[in-house]
Write a protein that binds this ligand. Structure first.
Ligand code: TYM
Length: 349
């Protein structure tokens, strides 16, 4: 029996943080058991906002090494760099031409990021979700494990596959029934960790693009820095930590982080911290974060000490990914009616 296929990715923009880990990568690790898993570093997405060319390659390697350090096993998963599989860019173009512009203008993340950039906003930023749809659809992914913030982009990928490609271009099989060109993927958003909030504002999500470094804990932050950031994290004047009080978003977020990072679960920490003051709680949370990240940081440094091995993982991943992606791209090219590529014959040479 074939295992369900999974695809996901993280952008190599700046340091990966607890939200990326708890909302996405941590869930990928478990999926390796019984899914056919593809994980890419989405470097083409990273240039949709102004980027530093001197850092892109290095950040790409850092992100790939963090995947492995978090428990992605290259013997079980295909780990690759998006820009190294050209089918991503080509399918993106084909999908661009069937995707209504107003579907993209509705995207919440575009609207939020575009506001910050004013008249410098690139066409690539608007097109970001179409490239993401191409990433997913190229691999016939059944499931896409992401954080809550990506839900709208996944719905778009489903709509493009179903309404704009399959419904319009599916060829007919021998029995006259349409043969879907693209697999329609399901989102996979696990409730725990799906929305990790900023340390400086419990109502906005932890994000790489927040100019305040203190708002997030990066996976590679040293222990002292983690403790300092948690010490300065925003609190409220109420005694005792609790979940689910809309007046206390910081308490909900930090208690939730403590539950996951300590591995003790929500019920246990809710009763442990119900009467606890912030002054006692914060060092506990800091220790849980440091201990949870320690093995990841150790493995990360070992992996970065052997760049040849890391590049070999990515080269092998690229080959495996390209074989799957090229076959899907061919299906779409055929469905859209492009002139087939013919090999050069002896006559025409
Ligand atoms: P990126 O790099 O912004 O985020 C990577 C993953 O981390 C999750 N995430 C969070 N989860 C919980 N709390 C947070 N504060 C938080 N911040 C980020 C995101 O939901 C995401 O799962 N567009 C994607 C990258 C991408 C992709 C794809 C994902 C490109 N192509 C194909 C899946 C499939 C993104 O958000 O990257």
């Amino acid at each position: 029996m074939t295992r369900p296929r999974v695809l996901s990715g993280v952008q190599p923009t700046g340091a990966l943080h607890l939200g990326n880990w708890l909302g996405a990568i941590r869930n990928w690790v478990d999926l390796q058991q019984d899914h056919d898993t593809f994980f890419c570093v989405v470097d083409l997405h990273a240039i949709t906002v102004p980027h530093d060319p001197a850092r892109l390659a290095e950040d790409t390697l850092t992100t790939a090494a963090l995947y492995l350090a978090c428990g992605i096993d290259p013997a079980r998963s295909t780990v690759f760099v998006q820009s190294q599989v050209p089918a991503h860019s080509e399918l993106c173009w084909l999908l661009n031409c069937v995707t209504p512009l107003n579907w993209l203008e509705r995207m919440i993340q575009f609207k939020e990021k575009a506001v910050k950039q004013g008249d410098q906003v690139s066409a690539g930023l608007l097109d970001y979700p179409v490239l993401m749809a191409a990433d997913i659809l190229l691999y016939d992914a059944d499931r896409v494990p992401v954080g809550e913030d990506q839900k709208q982009h996944l719905e778009l990928a489903r709509d493009i596959a179903q309404q704009r490609v399959n419904a319009r271009f599916a060829p007919r099989g021998a029995d006259g029934e349409p043969l879907p060109v693209l697999k329609v993927p399901e989102p996979m958003i696990l409730p725990e960790g799906a929305r990790v909030m900023s340390l400086s504002d419990g109502t906005s999500k932890m994000s790489k693009s927040d100019p305040n470094e203190g708002s997030r804990i990066a996976l590679l932050d040293p222990p002292e820095l983690i403790s300092r950031k948690i010490k300065r994290a925003r609190t409220d004047p109420t005694m005792g930590l609790e979940f689910g009080n809309p007046e206390r978003p910081e308490a909900d977020n930090l208690l939730g982080l403590y539950a996951v990072l300590s591995g003790r679960g929500r019920a246990a920490v809710a009763s442990e911290c119900a009467e606890m003051g912030w002054g006692r709680f914060k060092p506990l949370l800091a220790e849980a974060a440091v201990e949870a990240l320690r093995p990841i940081q150790q493995r990360y440094h070992d992996l970065r000490a052997d760049p040849i091995a890391l590049e070999a993982v990515l080269a092998e991943g690229r080959e495996r990914a390209a074989a799957v992606a090229d076959a899907t791209l061919q299906r779409v090219r055929d469905a859209l009616g492009f002139l087939p590529v013919k090999p050069v014959s002896a006559k025409t040479r």
